[in-house]
Ligand binder design. Structure first.
Ligand code: ZN
Length: 224
C-alpha cells in the first residue's frame, strides 16, 4: 500500500461556485492543497479562465489537465454546441441535457492519479446529491464504491471528501461565507450560457440566485 499524506488534498476545481467553496473548505482543513481543473472541451472556456483567476486569488497551486474524449462522445449540451441547454429533462434518460455521462467518475480517477504522484491522500469534490440535477455520478453510493475502487486500483488509501453532499444551495452559500470564500465567489463562473455578467435566466443562474436569496446573502458576482 502506498503511503499518502492525509493533510494534503487535491481539490477538483472547475471555477464554479461549488468547487470554489470546496477550495476554501480545503484551505481551512488541509496543510497543502492542489487545485485541479479539467479542460474537457466544455462549451465555455470562460470556466477555465475563472478557475485560473480564483486559484491565483486564493494562493493555491493550480494545474489544468486536458481530457479530450468527451467532445468526441457528444450527447451533452456542455460539450456539443449543437445541443442547446434546456430546462426540460432529456426524454432519453430523464436527466438534464447538461449531463455528461461518466464525467465525475473519470475526473476523480484522473484526480487520484494526480494525487498519487503528489502523495496527496484526500480528494475533495463539490458534488452534491441534493442538487436539482439528479446526476447519478453525484450520489454518495457512487462515491463510496469509487473510493474503494481507487484504493484497490492504485493500492493507495485515498479518501474522497464531499463537503457539500447533503447541503442545500442556501447551506452551501452559508458554508462559503464561513470559510471566507465570498470574495473569491465574485470571480466564479456558473452560467450555462457562458455569459459574464451572467444571463440570470439559465437553470444554473436561477439555481445560484435562489441559493443566495435563501441564505440572505447578496451574490458577490452581482454586486457592482
Ligand atoms: Zn446563465
Amino acid at each position: 500500500l502506498k503511503k499518502l499524506c492525509f493533510d494534503t488534498a487535491v481539490v477538483l476545481f472547475s471555477g464554479g461556485q461549488d468547487s470554489t467553496t470546496c477550495l476554501y473548505y480545503a484551505k481551512k482543513n488541509y496543510k497543502k492543497i492542489y487545485a485541479l481543473t479539467f479542460d474537457y472541451g466544455q462549451r465555455h472556456k470562460i470556466e477555465l479562465s475563472a478557475a485560473k483567476e480564483i486559484a491565483k486569488f486564493a494562493g493555491v497551486e493550480h494545474t489544468q489537465l486536458e481530457i479530450s474524449g468527451f467532445k468526441q462522445l457528444g450527447g451533452s449540451s456542455l460539450t456539443s454546441p449543437n445541443i442547446p441547454v434546456s430546462s426540460e429533462l432529456s426524454p432519453a434518460n430523464n436527466l438534464p441535457t447538461t449531463f455528461v455521462p461518466g464525467r465525475n467518475i473519470i475526473f476523480l480517477t484522473y484526480a487520484a492519479a494526480f494525487a498519487y504522484q503528489n502523495n496527496a491522500g484526500v480528494l475533495v469534490t463539490g458534488i452534491c446529491q441534493t442538487d436539482f440535477s439528479g446526476y447519478p455520478d453525484c450520489r454518495i453510493e457512487t462515491m463510496n464504491s469509487l473510493e474503494e475502487t481507487l484504493r484497490y486500483g492504485l493500492d493507495a488509501d485515498f479518501k474522497i471528501v464531499t463537503p457539500l453532499m447533503y447541503l442545500s444551495k442556501a447551506e452551501t452559500v452559508k458554508l462559503a461565507e464561513k470559510f471566507g470564500a465570498l470574495e473569491a465567489l465574485s470571480l466564479s463562473h456558473t452560467c450555462y450560457n457562458g455569459q459574464k455578467p451572467p444571463c440570470q435566466n439559465c437553470p444554473a443562474c436561477l439555481l445560484r440566485a435562489r441559493g443566495f436569496q435563501e441564505a440572505g446573502i447578496p451574490d458577490p458576482l452581482l454586486v457592482p
